[in-house]
Design a protein around this ligand. Structure first.
Ligand SMILES: NC(=O)c1ccc[n+]([C@@H]2O[C@H](COP(=O)([O-])OP(=O)(O)OC[C@H]3O[C@@H](n4cnc5c(N)ncnc54)[C@H](O)[C@@H]3O)[C@@H](O)[C@H]2O)c1
Length: 113
């Protein structure tokens, strides 16, 4: 897993805690899963990774319930599918600035659109 912490400051500027990693490859779908650290999202991500897709997970890791369960979900994905198959961004999908980071400008052919 590539873990990226997305944050935007009060000015709306974006920061990412680690270098952006491109998981896109020709002929392999890259699919965005929002809430992917949660119950349904992590199962969807597991299914997509099992069929060979790459996955971008965005989850704010809110504390509606014990966040250790969410970290456990992400760890399970990493242990089952290995690193480099998906990228995780901690962030709020409602934050429009999040959608400006490079990985969201890739299309299904893995090229910037
Ligand atoms: N689990 C079920 O049986 C079930 C059944 C019917 C409907 N649903 C609905 O499906 C959805 C997902 O359910 P779940 O059980 O996986 O819940 P969950 O709480 O386990 O997962 C939701 C995830 O979304 C993340 N999240 C919430 N708002 C976010 C935001 N703005 N940006 C980024 N991440 C955000 C949370 O941190 C959480 O990890 C919910 O809306 C739920 O009401 C669930």
């Amino acid at each position: 897993m590539v873990h990226e912490t997305f944050e935007s400051d009060s000015d709306g500027d974006t920061t990412v805690s680690s270098p952006s990693t491109d998981i896109a490859e020709p002929d392999i779908k890259v699919i965005l899963v929002t809430g992917g650290a949660g119950f349904i999202g992590s199962h969807v991500a597991d299914h997509l990774l099992s069929r060979g897709d790459r996955v971008v997970i965005v989850d704010e890791l809110n504390d509606y319930y014990d966040t250790r369960l969410k970290f456990a979900n992400l760890k399970y994905l990493e242990e089952k599918h290995g690193s480099g198959k998906y990228v995780f961004y901690k962030g709020d999908i409602c934050d429009v600035a999040l959608l400006t980071i490079p990985i969201f400008s890739c299309n299904n052919q893995g090229t910037n659109s």
